[in-house]
Design a protein around this ligand. Structure first.
Ligand SMILES: [Fe+2]
Ligand SMILES: [Fe+2]
Length: 248
């Protein structure tokens, strides 16, 4: 039986060893600070790094533009097309990670028999398939704009770093269903907001077809978010939790 929270030999707090912790607190109080200037000096060093740092990455020049062929992107020239390509690249990477996230939670829930506890694996499989379809939508949008969907954009890079911990939590065999869903909630909140922003950017650029094709994904993301929220509240607030977290 895998319970939600178990009492065990957790020795991370000071109460687990009053004598040693007294020693450590005494040593900390008597030690000399490594910086006598507070945070001012380290602030100067950080500022110099920020001023001299190169950007996280660049956007590739679309192949069709390189060849001199007129593309929709060229028509958007005065309208920051680079922002759209950067954000599309980010969405593409996020949806790919979203598919992997759901694949990981599908496996975990299957092993823990979450169906019995009201978390149907079939629903999670549907969400996984939808994330994959969203990936395809963004890939198609990038290609219709003459951009290369295999290129990693700077925003994709930043988002991958930001969301790296989420995948680690869900794919860790030690984490519970509750802990995994809490991590997925972070992803779904970001997903929902990002689709909304992307649709607004596409509408502002008068890319009506792309904006329309994204609206279906936005509606599905809304369902993902509401469902994960509701399952989390079930896991947190009902006495069925122990059953839901139980392993065969
Ligand atoms: Fe998604
Ligand atoms: Fe989602």
């Amino acid at each position: 039986m895998k319970k939600l929270t178990e009492m065990g030999l957790n020795r991370t707090g000071v109460d687990s060893s009053p004598i040693d912790s007294k020693d450590i607190i005494g040593a900390a109080l008597n030690s000399t600070p490594t910086s006598l200037d507070g945070d001012e000096e380290i602030g100067k060093i950080r500022a110099s790094y920020i001023m001299n740092a190169k950007p996280l990455g660049t956007l590739p020049v679309p192949g069709t533009i390189k060849g001199g062929v007129s593309t929709i992107l060229e028509k958007l020239a005065g309208n920051r097309p680079e922002l759209l390509i950067d954000k599309l690249g980010e969405r593409l990477a996020f949806e790919r990670t979203g598919t992997r996230l759901y694949e990981a939670i599908v496996q975990k829930c299957r092993v823990l028999d979450s169906d019995r506890a009201g978390i149907p694996v079939a629903t999670l499989e549907r969400f996984r398939d939808q994330e994959l379809r969203h990936f395809g939508l963004v890939r198609d949008a990038l290609m219709s704009l003459g951009a290369d969907p295999t290129a990693q954009t700077p925003a994709a890079d930043a988002a991958a770093v930001a969301s790296g911990g989420i995948l680690k939590v869900v794919s860790d065999p030690r984490t519970s269903v509750l802990q995994s869903f809490e991590a997925i909630l972070i992803a779904e909140l970001a997903d929902f907001e990002s689709w909304d922003m992307l649709i607004r950017v596409a509408e502002e650029m008068e890319l009506k077809e792309i904006a329309a094709s994204f609206r279906g994904a936005y509606d599905e993301e809304k369902v993902h978010l509401e469902t994960i929220r509701s399952w989390l509240s079930d896991l947190m607030l009902t006495k069925k939790t122990a059953v839901k977290e139980s392993a065969a």
